[in-house]
Design a binder for this molecule. Structure first.
Ligand SMILES: [Mg+2]
Length: 314
């Protein structure tokens, strides 16, 4: 795959070919309820489209509330070997040989480096424990649950449940109080520098980072170091994807079978799928990629037309 057709980070670096006028799509996608089915976690109808993107060298970057342990396994199963964003944007993992320079101070493990945008789970837990009894009975931390409890809430098997509990940069809570309580809880955490993000099943507490911040950080680095004209495409199904959908050049809202679509604060280059879950992801992403391909073709035609008219007039 050549950079002029798509986005292939390794080849951009190796060949020194920088496409300044041709867009290179980079897809940042939520997983649960978006690329994967909300209930079965299956790829379903998204499989062929995902395979087509990967075959073209278009990066598909998971941007999820899942943990590093979960995403490593998923990426292996999906055939994705590039960067990924975990714990709702608290940390970004990038393969050391992907073509991006490793930032000073970043962690390193298993041939990946990790840029942490948030703070440690221990730090967050310390602040939560200081909230007092008023809130103590209204949530149950995922990391404090027994394996059986995690399995009952998530529907995951034992091994996958352990991976879901392996959080490092955020605290994940099962909310036991009312929706109104939840709102007051978020307000109580704000002065502490903590932020609450509502996921599909859980409430996530972050101390820095976020899906939108992670996209911006990583995409800026991609533009600076690999492909100046890289186009970011975001896909998400829920309110914890709002920042992601607002930060990208193009955005796809994937309809959910269990809740209303999120309402991002943008109008332009915003698509909403007709299908739900992976079916909607496949339909929407294909539509956006087709449109970018069309824009590329049109962009290539313009200089050819100019040369033609110049030759005619000369
Ligand atoms: Mg989701």
């Amino acid at each position: 795959m050549h950079c002029n057709d798509s986005f292939a980070p390794h080849r951009c670096v190796l060949w020194g070919v920088i496409p300044v006028t041709v867009n290179g799509p980079v897809i940042y996608t939520d997983l649960d309820g978006t690329l994967l089915d909300h209930d079965t976690y299956a790829l379903g109808d998204a499989g062929p489209v995902l395979a087509g993107l990967l075959a073209r060298g278009i990066p598909v970057i998971p941007c999820t509330s899942k943990t590093h342990a979960e995403v490593v396994v998923l990426c292996r199963e999906l055939g994705i070997d590039g960067p990924f964003v975990v714990e709702n944007g608290a940390a970004i993992w990038v393969p050391e040989d992907w073509g991006l320079t490793r930032p000073r101070g970043s962690a390193s493990a298993s041939r990946y480096w990790c840029q942490v945008l948030g703070k440690s789970r221990g730090f967050i837990r310390g602040l939560l424990s200081g909230l007092g009894d008023e809130w103590a009975n209204r949530f149950h931390a995922l990391s404090d649950m027994s394996l059986r409890e995690v399995q009952a809430v998530t529907g995951l098997d034992a091994l996958s449940s352990r991976r879901a509990q392996a959080r490092h940069f955020s605290e994940t809570l099962l909310w036991l109080g009312s929706a109104s309580d939840r709102h007051h809880f978020a307000n109580a955490l704000s002065p502490l520098g903590l932020r609450v993000v509502q996921g599909g099943r859980f409430l996530h507490v972050l101390a820095g980072g976020g899906k939108g911040a992670a996209l911006q950080w990583l995409h800026e680095k991609i533009r600076q170091e690999i492909c100046p004209a890289a186009i970011s495409i975001a896909a998400g199904d829920a309110n914890n994807d709002l920042e992601l959908l607002e930060a990208a050049d193009r955005a796809l809202i994937v309809r959910s079978p269990v809740h209303e679509p999120p309402v991002p604060n943008r109008q332009n280059h915003l698509y909403t799928s007709t299908g739900e879950g992976p079916e909607g992801w496949a339909e929407g992403i294909q539509k956006i990629i087709d449109q970018l391909d069309e824009e590329n073709r049109y962009g290539r035609l313009l200089p050819e037309r100019n040369y033609y008219y110049a030759a005619q007039s000369g």
